[in-house]
Design a protein around this ligand. Sequence first.
Ligand SMILES: [Zn+2]
Length: 318
Amino acid sequence: MDPRAVWTRRSFTHASLATVAAAGLLRPGNETAAAAEPSAADGFVDAHVHVWTPDLDRYPLAEGFTRGDMQPPSFTADELLAAARPLGISRVVLIQMSYYGFDNRYMLDCMAAHPGVFGGVGIVDHEQPDVADTMRGMAVRGVRGFRLYTNREKAEAWQHSEGIKRMWTAGAEQHLAMCLLADPDALPAVKAMCQAFPNTPVVIDHFARIGMRGAVDPQQLAMLTDLARFPTVHVKVSAFYALGTKAPPYDDLEPMIKALRNAYGAERLMWASDGPFQLAEGQGYEPSLALIRDRCPFLSSRDRDAILRGTASRLFFS
Ligand SMILES: [Zn+2]
């Protein structure tokens, strides 16, 4: 599986990421802010952040990636926590970064170094016959989901892939989520998978990337709200920097968030930043959190608590 065939980060990310470091967020000296582990249960949960380390000797990149692909050059767990904790974010779900391919060690090591602080979503090779065992082994270490990149073509092929069926079956048996970075046109095939695997938890990233090319397409949004009929499906309200007008305060995304809240209920939505990309200059961690915490007047305080803490807590920290 070559994730870049579907998802090229450069096409998804419009902001200059190198400027994150220039903004001072990533100064190594800030790591002291992460020294004390707070009591994590009450804080916000960011359900989607990628971390990586410039230590390529210990954590080499997958074939085809170079150090130059890493933008910003460093976004370690400590750098992440230094940015998250001042905002009241106490737990974060780490999403295996494409740079590392199927080598989930850096993510797993970060999880082990900060017990209770990090959840995990891994990437496994579904072509391997023992993929269910691999998933089980990672679940023991706290991983609760597995990422799949998909467009329409790939999602349509899933129904004929023994490896994908093994993954979705293992997901149902072990209550591990299939975490889909899907294009909008993949949603009909995703629906077919949800019908075929009614007990497999599903998390759809970044509103299924509706609005990536600008305005939210109502037909695409209708496909996404239609999936709410499956009680296993959840949606990440996330990656605001990449959707709609792609500029804070991201108010233009409020109607889409409202439609999803009405369809799914807040207990099946979860906020996420998609750091470090959301932290780029002109975007920011705070405005991403603030859209759910302070804006969206249609959200009740219970809705906000579910989206900012409860849903991700249930899926990724239990
Ligand atoms: Zn991401």
